[in-house]
Design a protein around this ligand. Structure first.
Ligand code: ATP
Length: 299
C-alpha cells in the first residue's frame, strides 16, 4: 500500500475548555487535490498548525508522507509546504531575500533557478527586489505561496490562499496550483469560496466544531446532498400550495426544489392548470454551497 500524503488519526486539540478538534480522522492520498471546508472556528487552521508542527495535539497523531510530525519533525516538515492564513513577514527583506532565507532553512543554497521559476509563475518577477513592506496585500499573499514552495515539497497545504486576492491573480494562482497537482504534488486547500473548492477539489472533508461531518468525493457530495431547483416568475401571483417546498422570494421569484427532471413537467402543467402564467424560468444545478448548508444543518 502506498504511503498516504497525510494521515490524521484521532486528532484532539483543546484550548482550555474549548475543544477545537474533537477526534479527527483523515487520510489524504498522494496526488489528491483535497478540500478542507468548514465554517469559521471549525478547526481547520488548528488542524493545519498541528500538521505543520506549529501546535501540538493533545491526543492522536499526524504523519506527512509517513513521517510523524512530532517524532520525525524534520522529515515531516521537509515534505510539507504551508501557505498560512496570516500575512507575517520581515518587512526589511526583499522578496528574493525572503525566498533565499526560506531556502536556507531547508539547507538549499543554490536554489535561484527554482526561485525564479516560482516568481514567474506567481507574476512576481518585477517585484523580486522590492521590500516586503512595499507590496500590496495580494502580492504579499503570493510571496507566502512562493515561500511554501521553495523546497519543492510533495505536499502543499493552502489555508485560504485567495482571501483578499483579485480575480486575475486568483485565476493565475489556481492555474499554477493545478499544474503543481498535475505534476504530482498533493494539494490540501481550505477556502470559504465554495465555488473554488467545487471546481478544484476531487475530494472534500467538511469540519464542524472540530469534527468531520462529511467526507467524500466532490461528485458524490453533490449527488447525495444537493437538490436541483426550478425558479419561476409568474405574470400574476397565484397560490402555489400544490408545489411542495416552494419558497417565494421578495423579488417575486419562486424557488421550488426537485430531484428528477421528470418532476418539472408535472409542476409546469399544474401551474398552467391553476391559471398561472410563467414569465421567466431558470433551472439550478446542485452546487457545493447548497451541500455545505445542508451538511452543516444536519450535523
Ligand atoms: P476560520 O475559518 O475562521 O479560519 P478555522 O476553522 O480555521 O476558522 P480555528 O482557527 O482552527 O478555526 O479555530 C477553532 C477553534 O479554536 C475556534 O473556536 C477558535 O476560537 C479556537 N482557537 C484557535 N486558536 C486558539 C488559541 N490560540 N487559543 C484559544 N482558542 C483558540
Amino acid at each position: 500500500m502506498t504511503i498516504p500524503a497525510i494521515s490524521v488519526r484521532g486528532a484532539v486539540k483543546r484550548y482550555g475548555q474549548l475543544q477545537a478538534l474533537g477526534g479527527v480522522d483523515l487520510r489524504v492520498e498522494q496526488g489528491e487535490f483535497f478540500g478542507l471546508l468548514g465554517p469559521n472556528g471549525a478547526g481547520k487552521t488548528t488542524l493545519i498548525s498541528a500538521l505543520a508542527g506549529l501546535g501540538r495535539l493533545d491526543e492522536g497523531a499526524i504523519e506527512v508522507m509517513g513521517h510523524d510530525v512530532v517524532t520525525d519533525y524534520r522529515q515531516a516538515r521537509r515534505a510539507l509546504g504551508v501557505v498560512p492564513q496570516e500575512l507575517v513577514f520581515d518587512p526589511f527583506f526583499t522578496v528574493r531575500e525572503a525566498l533565499r532565507l526560506q531556502s536556507g532553512y531547508f539547507g538549499l543554497t543554490r536554489n535561484d533557478a527554482w526561485i525564479d521559476e516560482i516568481l514567474a509563475h506567481l507574476d512576481l518577477t518585477a517585484k523580486a527586489d522590492a521590500n516586503m513592506r512595499m507590496l500590496s496585500g495580494g502580492m504579499k499573499r503570493r510571496v507566502l505561496v512562493a515561500q511554501a514552495l521553495v523546497h519543492r515539497p510533495p505536499v502543499i497545504v493552502l489555508d485560504e490562499p485567495t482571501a483578499g486576492v483579485d480575480v486575475e491573480l486568483r485565476q493565475g494562482l489556481w492555474g499554477f496550483i493545478r499544474k503543481l497537482n498535475t505534476d504530482g504534488h498533493t494539494i490540501v486547500l481550505t477556502t470559504h469560496y465554495l465555488e473554488e473548492a467545487e471546481t478544484l477539489c476531487h475530494r472534500i472533508a467538511m469540519l464542524k466544531a472540530g469534527k468531520v461531518v462529511a467526507l467524500d468525493t466532490t461528485a458524490n457530495l453533490l449527488k447525495r446532498f444537493a437538490t436541483r431547483t426550478m425558479r419561476i416568475r409568474l405574470a400574476e401571483p397565484i397560490g402555489l400550495d400544490f408545489l411542495p417546498g416552494a419558497i417565494e422570494e421578495d423579488s417575486g421569484w419562486v424557488e421550488v426544489p426537485f430531484e428528477r427532471f421528470g418532476e418539472v413537467e408535472d409542476m409546469l402543467s399544474r401551474i398552467r392548470l391553476s391559471g398561472g402564467f410563467i414569465e421567466e424560468m431558470e433551472l439550478g444545478a446542485p452546487d457545493l454551497e447548497k451541500v455545505f448548508v445542508g451538511v452543516m444543518q444536519d450535523a
